[in-house]
Design a protein around this ligand. Structure first.
Ligand code: HEC
Length: 164
């Protein structure tokens, strides 16, 4: 009696899992073109950000195999869409209003999200790397407290825009 119920429940669960695979959400897995990146203060900052942030905050998302399986795919899709909308390191050609919060969220351990790091060991940052990334982001993007001074590259960029 109990066994029958167990088997029946398992079949229902499997059936639902199979059914939700055909829903269209969560399968886009797009990697839009890289338009423009911020003027990184150094290559090491970019590399740390690539490891810990780019999957959700750039157009260079590495979609894992389980991102193809609902319902996990829905969570992944949602994270990437929301992450990119808040901050996209590949679209520095448009305003990135939350950029100056990046230092703080890294310093406070809010980003990268804990559940993500648990599944992606390469995104794990040591205490020293966390500090290094926070400082690098502050130099690259400014922090809420103090704005970064304009670099030569920024000035050239502004000039190029003005000339157009
Ligand atoms: C697993 C996906 C994921 C990763 C990896 C990730 N983020 Fe986020 N991030 C999000 C999502 C989703 C949001 C919006 C919702 C929220 O605030 O939690 C967000 C929001 C933000 C914001 C906006 C401020 C805020 O708190 O809403 C900043 C700044 C940010 N992330 C920076 C980073 C940085 C820097 C890294 C790398 C160290 C990183 N994130 C890694 C998904 C991610």
């Amino acid at each position: 009696m109990f066994r029958k119920l167990l088997i029946r429940s398992a079949l229902v669960v499997l059936g639902v899992l199979a059914l939700i695979q055909v829903l269209p959400y969560g399968r886009a897995h797009d990697t839009p073109p890289i338009l423009k990146e911020p003027a990184w203060d150094c290559a090491a900052t970019r590399e740390l950000a690539r490891r810990a942030c780019f999957d959700c905050h750039s157009n260079e998302t590495r979609w894992p195999w389980y991102a193809h399986v609902a319902p996990v795919s829905w969570l992944v899709q949602h994270d990437v869409e929301e992450g990119r909308s808040k901050l996209n390191f590949s679209e520095w050609s448009r305003p990135q209003h939350e950029a100056d919060e990046a230092e703080e969220v890294v310093r406070e351990g809010e980003m990268p999200p804990y559940a993500y790091v648990a599944l992606h060991s390469s995104a794990h940052l040591t205490a020293q790397e966390t500090l290094q990334l926070a400082q690098g982001l502050a130099r690259t993007l400014g922090s809420r407290g103090e704005r970064r001074e304009l670099t030569k590259a920024d000035e050239d960029d502004a000039e190029a825009h003005a000339e157009r």
